[in-house]
Design a protein around this ligand. Structure first.
Ligand SMILES: [Zn+2]
Length: 296
């Protein structure tokens, strides 16, 4: 599944390649790809044709492109995209053969590269939605917390909210209403950087531990973003969503029994929220919850 950095790479690609361009035609090859556009595929096509894509925004794993009409006047609507498990937004030359799982195609009045939505498993999708007159946040996206890659991220607010929760720190990192877009892999990597075990209680973290954790999240997302970097249309070559660049910088995730890059201790794998969690037993000791509870 694409995680936050990949979706941000896609946003940057869209910003570079499609903003300012006017849509000539739209083809929907599979109705499921536009199932979130409740008025149906024909309405979806009509809502986009002749519109100009004026920007590319992202919140969490949602992308949206505000639509402008004649003379660049905002329509108050946006093209909203979610990549789901395997979705790709590709900007390609018209001469490029269609992908097997091509679900929708957008062509532009300038006759240049077209935008294709390719999705093998079709959990992702496109829709045109109300987004406010100034290209604001579409309703569907509004509940998702702003993530640390977003310049508007509120560090003090996040820190306070995290420490108010009575939960385990990894559970909190995966909670999309608290912090957007941090998946299992990046959570493990950030926790390792912050020397925290995932089951540490959030209400017992110090301010500086939360700061370190956030810095860990930012660093790991930022590095992934750099590695995912510039190649827009060859990003999701692997249909499993595991882009090749992940493995190059992972310290703990998927590294069971390999030495911790910091101290050399063998990385441990544990089950957490019915998935695998990876951590260093030395750098990230488990919290001593049981002892505290029994008063021992
Ligand atoms: Zn270690």
């Amino acid at each position: 599944m694409p995680e936050l950095p990949e979706v941000e790479v896609v946003r940057r690609g869209l910003e570079r390649w499609v903003t300012g361009r006017t849509i000539a035609a739209v083809e929907v090859h599979h109705p499921r790809a536009v199932r979130r556009h409740l008025e149906g595929p024909e309405h979806f096509v009509a809502a986009l044709t002749g519109r100009t894509l004026s920007a590319a925004h992202r919140r969490g794993k949602y992308l949206w492109l505000p639509l402008a009409g004649d003379g660049g006047v905002p329509t108050g609507q946006a093209l909203v995209a979610h990549l789901g498990m395997s979705g790709q937004l590709l900007v390609e030359k018209k001469s490029q053969p269609d992908e097997t799982h091509l679900r929708a195609r957008v062509t532009f009045t300038d006759g240049g590269r077209e935008l294709r939505f390719v999705d093998q498993r079709t959990f992702g999708g496109l829709a045109v939605e109300e987004a406010g007159p100034d290209g604001g946040v579409p309703t569907r996206v509004a509940h998702i917390a702003i993530d640390p890659l977003d310049p508007a991220f509120d560090e003090a607010g996040f820190s306070a909210a995290l420490r108010r929760r009575h939960t385990e720190v990894k559970r909190a990192l995966l909670d999309q209403t608290l912090i957007g877009g941090v998946g299992n892999i990046y959570a493990d990597e950030a926790l390792w950087r912050a020397h925290l075990h995932g089951t540490r209680p959030t209400d017992k973290l110090s301010r500086s531990q939360v700061h370190d954790l956030l810095e860990g999240v930012r660093d790991v997302l930022g590095e992934a973003l750099e590695q995912g970097g510039t190649s827009f249309d060859s990003l999701y070559v692997d249909v499993n969503g595991q882009s090749g660049y992940f493995s190059r910088f992972l310290a703990v995730y998927g590294q069971a029994d390999r030495p911790c890059p910091r101290c050399g201790t063998a990385i441990r794998r544990e089950s957490f929220m019915s998935r695998s969690s990876y951590s260093c037993p030395t750098c990230q000791p488990r919290p001593r919850i049981r002892r505290e509870r029994t008063g021992a």
